[in-house]
Design a protein around this ligand. Structure first.
Ligand code: NAD
Length: 326
């Protein structure tokens, strides 16, 4: 919509996916391949000569990371190294935003809102692999993209650590909003396993606009902006799962839920909160929607998408227009 030429690189999408819903209207080059395939990745990146790289590809879920820890580390840590190494070989300027997560912080669940300068950690393989991605990025930055030598290498690299993202078009397994949508669509009760878990929930276009804002500023003033940033909601929007479920049901207009606290579940942090002052003061970014608005927009997207003959691409475009006009 901003007139950029875009190339995407990812695994083949699941059958039920936003990509498949919009692909006939998408005007971007698409490559289906693995970021662990270093040669292919390098070839595709170098031939496209991007001005900007947004690295989002990941094994992005906590619970599956307990089942496939080695894949999770390979994709999230080595995959990030592969991308940075391909960027190192680019013979032109490039600003890259490496998306990690708010789960990269050493979390003793004290309720403290994490600052970018806080120590990295990670209990489960997903969180630890993303903390590894941060360390890999820091090593590449120090070794190859040192800001003191920017004039010769012309690469600006930053990391972005986002809180929990919600929005229409997410059909992932084992995620709260897609689980709510699937239950409401099938007219069954929403089952929630950790009603009191607290997370920084935010509408999907909030962090995406932050990543773009960050990349644009990095291209102008790399020395000033290339570092790590948290993107999350305001503190009042750091809510527990049960509150989210109640709001989602209200916005969807029907449904109910039951709590099924499962025993012997692998560890998942119950409390996580982010301090977003750096993104606010340095980038001029701030969240536009509160959590109630984010949940309402998300559930309305799913509701509209269920209406026969809805053009999903137009639905997404309208949401982007509404958000940017805000
Ligand atoms: N969803 C959230 O709440 C959230 C919060 C913070 C950070 N993040 C991070 O943001 C990014 C995007 O999250 P999402 O929710 O869209 O994730 P997603 O799981 O919906 O999408 C991940 C994408 O990565 C691709 N991918 C996975 N493994 C790959 C591989 N080996 N090679 C190439 N492509 C591969 C998939 O094909 C998919 O397109 C991820 O890095 C995730 O860790 C997500």
């Amino acid at each position: 919509m901003l007139g950029a030429s875009v190339k995407g690189y990812s695994l083949k999408p699941e059958k039920e996916s936003l990509f498949n819903q919009v692909k006939k209207d998408l005007k971007c080059k698409t490559v289906f391949a693995d970021i662990r395939d270093r040669k292919k990745l390098e070839k595709e990146l170098l031939s496209f000569e991007p001005d900007f790289v947004f690295h989002l590809a990941a094994q992005s879920l906590v619970r599956p990371s307990y089942q496939i820890p080695i894949d999770t580390f390979e994709i999230n840590a080595i995959g990030t190294a592969n991308i940075l190494d391909a960027i190192r070989k680019l013979k032109k300027s490039c600003a890259a935003v490496i998306i990690t997560t708010d789960k990269v912080y050493e979390n003793n669940e004290s309720g403290k809102a994490f600052l970018e300068s806080d120590p990295l950690g990670g209990y489960d393989p997903y969180s630890a692999s993303k903390a590894c991605a941060e360390i890999v990025t820091s090593s590449f930055t120090n070794s190859f993209f040192n800001l003191k030598g920017y004039k010769s290498h012309k690469k600006a690299i930053a990391t972005a650590r986002a809180g929990n993202v919600i929005g229409g078009g997410d059909y992932s397994k084992d995620r709260l909003i897609p689980d709510i949508y699937k239950a409401l669509k099938e007219d069954v009760s929403v089952k929630i396993r950790s009603p009191k878990s607290v997370r920084p929930w935010q509408y999907v276009l909030e962090p995406l606009s932050g990543y773009m804002q960050l990349a644009a500023l990095m291209a102008q003033e790399p020395q000033k902006y290339s570092s790590a940033y948290n993107f999350g909601p305001e503190p009042r929007d750091i809510l527990d799962v049960e509150t989210i479920v109640k709001s989602a049901i209200k916005a969807f207009g029907k449904g109910n839920y039951k709590i099924e606290e499962l025993k012997n579940m692998p560890h998942e942090a119950k409390l996580l909160s982010l301090n977003i002052s750096k993104a606010k003061s340095n980038l001029g970014w701030k969240p536009m929607l509160n959590s109630k608005q984010a949940i309402t927009k998300t559930m309305l997207w799913y509701k509209n998408a269920l209406v026969k003959n809805t053009n999903i691409f137009e639905l997404c475009k309208k949401d982007i227009h509404d958000f940017t006009n805000n």
